[in-house]
Design a protein around this ligand. Structure first.
Ligand code: HEM
Length: 141
């Protein structure tokens, strides 16, 4: 839940992806023509209150308590930190498992406190990242 909420609120590939529309296609009220490119901005979808609720900008891991369908108001494809379709990230399971193992190893050894000097400043570089890093004080358990 913690990792999913982090991927939602601070979507690393915030720009999303661009897909060529190969032939005329209709999606709801939208019609895409052959040759047109379609941009799917992940971070805007991940920050849409119509999908996530009015608390969309809050970090609430518990919104994933009953799964992605419930968290997205029955729009599970609205959660796409790893993309969607044929080119969905090949390393998504690896990345999530790596994060789980790393966090578990750290928490077995240390308690964490955010440094008073930390400034919250997500920065849209190639991927979304903290502009000034994340200063954390580690206390050995
Ligand atoms: C938090 C970590 C990661 C995020 C957020 C992420 C996100 C993404 C996204 C958004 C795409 C584009 C998907 C699309 O076009 O539909 C992608 C593609 C890809 N990712 Fe990742 N990725 C992550 C980690 C990794 C890791 C660890 C690997 C390999 C070990 C990996 C390998 C790939 C590959 C090979 C593709 C291209 C898939 C294709 O075009 O068929 N990714 N990733």
């Amino acid at each position: 839940m913690f990792i999913l909420e982090t991927l939602r609120l601070y979507t690393p590939v915030y720009t999303g992806f661009i897909r060529d529309i190969g032939k005329e296609a209709t999606l709801g009220k939208l019609t895409g023509l052959d040759g047109v490119q379609c941009h799917i901005p992940f971070i805007m979808i991940h920050h849409d209150p119509k999908i996530w609720g009015e608390d969309v900008h809050a970090f609430k891991p518990e919104r994933f308590l009953d799964g992605i369908a419930k968290a997205t108001n029955n729009n599970p494809t609205a959660f796409m930190p790893f993309g969607m379709g044929h080119h969905i990230c090949a390393g998504s399971n690896f990345a999530i498992n790596e994060a789980k193992i790393t966090i578990a190893m750290i928490l077995q050894r240390y308690s964490l406190t955010l440094s008073p000097g930390y400034v919250h400043a997500p920065h849209p570089g190639l991927t979304l990242r903290p502009a000034y890093g994340i200063q954390i004080i580690l206390n050995a358990l």
